[in-house]
Design a protein around this ligand. Sequence first.
Ligand code: NAP
Length: 512
Amino acid sequence: MQRLSSYVQGAWHAGTENSETLYDPTTEEAIAECSTAGIDFGACVRYAREVGGPALRAMTFAERGKLLKALSGAIHEHREELIEIGVTNGGNTRGDAKFDIDGATGTLAAYAHYAKSLGDRKFLSDGDGEQIGRTARFHAQHVRVPRHGVAVHINAFNFPSWGMMEKLACSILAGVPVIEKPGTPTAWLAWRVAQITVESGILPEGSFQFLCGKTGDLLDHLGGQDCMAFTGSARTGALLKGREALVKNNVRVNVEADSLNAAVLAPDVDASSDTYGVFLSNVVTDMTQKTGQKCTAVRRILVPSDRVDEVRTDLVAELARIQVGDPRDKANRMGPLSSKAQFDDVRAGIERLAAVGDVACGGPQPLTDKGYFVAPTLIVAKDGEAEIIHSDEVFGPVSTIVPYDGDAASAAAIVRKGGGGLVCSAYSNDSDWLETYVLEAAPWHGRIWTCSDRVAEQTLPPGMVLPNLVHGGPGRAGGGEELGAARGLEFYTQRTALQGFKGFVEKAFGAK
Ligand code: NAP
């Protein structure tokens, strides 16, 4: 049994009491254990602030960017080994594991690239300076500087590698040390990435700590210069956001939570068009990639009422081609759910959705005697208004077809019932239809992805989070925002409006 340790205050720490067990979701075999028992969480926070923070702030953006580039390379060197861990502990197919691991190294590399444009400076100019006095002499400039705290990052189980490194990339580039905590059921991969990070010696001491297991009273030690970025369920997000110490000390909090992402097919898209082909392929990918355990996966498929039978038939045929089974076998395109808890949740969720619809394929029954396997499950809503379709995120290979009347504004009104999402996709060759849809849906979304025949050949799927675009969404999706190139640094920096003699303000802090 592998014991997964935590890296705190410059040393590895393996707690032995109150251990949690990790499993191989294909075989249900216990494979690893972890515990944070005995860790002094307050000391971790102080160590980050006192050792890691000053070391990072002594560097320029360009220098910190070089760290990210080197780290990306160091992790990439272990790609094969990391893929194996993703297969064993996450139930990932090789393709799914690569998506997570390459997502991590790709995001680190992208932020290393942005760093070059930020240059040899230790602050960021925010917009242009402006005259605020009677004459040009009295001047103002907004600047952004790294906060003198620590960033606590709490991640979900579904992207142990990418989830950790996308947050780390922004924080380290901004000059703020991190304490990373992965979701426990799949923490082996995050732990190995953490080991590679520490062994590489690339990051300055104190700038990276890693907790494998419970966070104890960690959050109670955070203060006004610190921040906490959380990714996970809306329920946990709300619980942590409301924690007394965070509220009292005005700790900056970013929450990335659930999302009932929608794909909307417009009435003009005929079955022979490229756009229709992309629609089918994206829905199938979103439902089955990572066994549907993706925060951006499509949960609701809006289809004009008179096309429901056609889309149902086509999707069922496509989903039937997805072979489900042991992810070690390359013939299988979908593996198990990542944990017993996920398996139980998804099966119960399918039953709840089946109560308001017809099961077109799949269902809640287990596919095998051992392992957490369910089939890709497509449900056709009997009543598109049923609340559960718009409020219950079944975090697995499950999606529901919701009929609508073909009008762009009505589609957006139905999508908005999700209460705020990370991404929605819309398929149409009618620009007026798309424009209406975007304006009606955008306030409820962090990202809107559109497809027409003009771009069908070159689109990246809507489920793919890109480092240059923001990730996050309002309302139910957590109200947070991450990534988005330089926008991703805002959370970790303080914006200060600087006023004074133009000769000083502009020379020292002006935009270059
Ligand atoms: P979760 O159960 O809410 O857990 C998320 C993280 O919070 C885990 O690291 C968990 O640790 C930790 N946690 C739970 N209770 C805590 C507490 N009281 N104090 C401190 N930490 C605590 O979610 P999950 O099952 O891992 O992930 C699935 C959910 O994440 C889905 O709802 C999905 O939509 C969402 N998600 C959202 C995004 C996004 O970007 N918006 C991305 C990925 C996933 P333990 O594992 O040790 O309990």
